[in-house]
Design a protein around this ligand. Structure first.
Ligand code: UDP
Ligand code: MN
Length: 567
């Protein structure tokens, strides 16, 4: 149950001003070693697949011996994963059945299920990872349900992905169609090219570096057979980028986003955990899908407007599709009995062929999603993300707004209230702004240290109040008394006794995270212990503390509202 990363490629750092910066996607040298190797065209165009018997079988890791380190490092750079290791593992390798016992006891009547076209788009994927994806689909899907596999080559530059690929797949026991974009078109339009030629009753999208687990397909298609407006996602297991171990992933997490509209996994809400206690095989709703891996009814995909074709290269499309499906009457869910491994990497190997590079591509895509679907909350997004705001003028979303109109979709408020009530965005009934101490004039600030889910955790510090837009000092206080901020973290009091430190922790809806603000004496009272929030003490000097209420200025908190929408 390890969580290796909690995002799609992002680099996060603290800049010189102490401000937490997240770059959506980056191309810098992030490898564990310093120099960028010199990679010749000959190396790039060579298919190095040469499996060693049993290597990586059963999803085991593959280790490269030290004398091959130099070669390994060079090859690592090409796809940002250990290509040398991947090339030694059979495209037909076995993996461990990642399903839990209760899932294994289920049986599926395939004759009652719709068939599927598996669509895999790729740009410069390695041979071994691409074909391992294809073979895992063939080996672990009932033939009856697998109508075809469609490979969409997004203008790859590798020789082995051209004729050799066509020849190879023509000999496979399942119909595999290869189509090619003449110019680099990006994953969104590439998937649309695949969808256009697909003939299955459902579409199943996969990244080009996946390994489907046992019985991965049946549970997904079962959900769609019961209700064609469901978008079904597997649990995404982890294929390790350094050694290709297949690692079973966490359960009880769903997908959502942070204030920057970056995809994040968060622990399942209390209600959802409770509902599933009796039956752990039950699918659960997810506010947002991870994006790369899902099944959808083909006619429903068309009905709700496929993808936003104006989205370029990579990113934001999963947020947009999730908002659209939910707001327009469908649902998005994770099906815990379906497991598919995905190779997670720390950075992206692609070029972003557009002025402004990665930032402008991602921000434009996100700006489009926000502009069409988020109503008032788009102002919140643009306020906190000047990079996206810059792109706002240049986008034209008339057609997508018309689509929303035509489909009679619900509001973003409905989405937040109904689909993601655990969210940490401001709303009309919530305080949003800065919290300043009366005594020393300093402001609440979210901690910088990161916990397992990359959520900031730690003792709460005060910082000099910053007057420009500074999300580190923005907090939300809900009607229920949860004091929360970005990344779904809440003010918590682990000990709930006097003279102990409070902390910021993953929100969990427990009573120890409940606070009551008293506007007359401006105290912030911890509901469970009836103690007052106070400055650090000599006994607990590293952060804010709980103390017996004493009406002193150190226990007075000024809530300064920040306006986040225009009207
Ligand atoms: N991809 C593509 N064209 C692009 C960028 C990506 O076809 O311009 C493909 C890529 O080969 C992969 C999928 O889109 O199959 C998702 O990209 P990636 O795996 O880099 O995204 P991540 O999983 O890291 O979010
Ligand atoms: Mn991927």
């Amino acid at each position: 149950m390890t969580m290796i990363r909690n995002d799609k490629h992002q680099k996060e750092y603290i800049d010189k001003r102490g401000i937490h910066v997240v770059v959506g996607h980056y191309l810098g040298n992030d490898l564990p070693w310093e120099t960028t190797p010199n990679i010749t065209n000959e190396i790039l165009n060579t298919n190095g697949y040469s499996p060693i018997p049993k290597a990586g079988d059963n999803g085991q890791p593959v280790f490269i011996s030290p004398h091959e380190n130099a070669k390994m490092k060079t090859l690592f750079h090409i796809n940002r994963f250990n290509l040398l290791a991947s090339d030694r593992i059979s495209v037909n390798r076995t993996i461990q059945d990642a399903r839990k016992q209760s899932c294994r006891e289920k049986s599926y009547v395939t004759s009652n299920l719709p068939d599927t076209s598996v669509i895999i788009v790729f740009h410069n994927e390695a041979w071994s990872t691409l074909l391992r994806t294809v073979h895992s689909v063939i080996n672990r899907s009932p033939r009856q349900l697998l109508r075809e596999i469609i490979l969409v080559d997004d203008a790859s530059e590798r020789a082995f992905l051209k004729n050799p690929l066509d020849d190879y797949v023509s000999k496979l026991p399942v119909y595999v169609k290869v189509i090619r974009a003449t110019n680099r078109t990006g994953l969104i339009r590439a998937r649309l090219m695949g969808a256009k030629v697909a003939r299955g009753q459902t579409l199943t999208f996969l990244d080009s570096h996946c390994e489907c687990n046992y019985y991965w397909l049946e549970p997904l298609l079962t959900r769609i057979a019961e209700d064609r407006k469901r978008v079904a996602c597997p649990v995404i297991d982890i294929i390790h980028d350094e050694n290709f171990a297949y690692v079973r992933s966490f359960e009880f997490h769903w997908g959502a986003f942070n204030w920057e509209l970056h995809f994040r996994w968060y622990p399942l809400g209390e209600k959802e955990i409770h509902r599933r206690q009796k039956d752990g095989t039950l699918p659960f709703r997810t506010p947002v899908m991870a994006g790369g891996l899902f099944s959808i009814d083909r006619s429903y995909f068309e009905e709700i407007g496929t993808y936003d074709e104006m989205m370029d290269i990579w990113g934001g499309e999963n947020i947009e599709l999730s908002f659209r499906v939910w707001q327009c009457g469908g649902s998005v869910e994770i099906v815990p009995c379906s497991h598919v491994g995905h190779l997670f990497r720390r950075s992206s190997p692609y070029s972003f062929p557009r002025p402004g590079g990665v930032g402008s591509v991602l921000y434009t895509n996100l700006a489009r999603a926000a502009e069409v679907w988020m109503d008032d909350w788009k102002e919140f997004f643009f306020l906190l993300n000047p990079g996206a705001k810059k792109m706002r003028k240049g986008i034209d979303v008339m057609e997508r707004k018309a689509l929303r109109e035509r489909l009679g979709c619900k509001s973003f408020k409905w989405y937040l209230d109904t689909v993601w009530p655990e969210h940490f965005l401001p709303t009309d009934g919530r305080f949003f702004g800065k919290i300043r101490n009366k005594k020393n004039g300093k402001c609440f600030q979210r901690p910088n240290t990161k916990g397992t889910a990359r959520q900031p955790v730690g003792k709460v510090q005060l910082g000099d109040c910053v007057f420009e837009t500074y999300p580190q000092q923005y907090f939300v206080l809900t009607k229920e008394g949860f004091l929360m901020t970005d990344e779904s973290i809440c003010l918590d009091s682990p000990e709930a006794t006097a003279d102990t430190n409070v902390v910021m922790l993953a929100c969990n809806e427990y009573k120890r995270q409940k606070w009551k603000y008293n506007p007359t004496d401006r105290t912030l009272v911890h509901v469970k212990s009836k103690l007052c929030l106070d400055l650090p003490s000599s006994h607990s000097p590293d952060g804010l503390t709980l103390q017996h209420c004493n009406k002193l200025a150190t226990q007075e908190w000024l809530f300064e509202t920040v306006t986040w929408k225009t009207s």
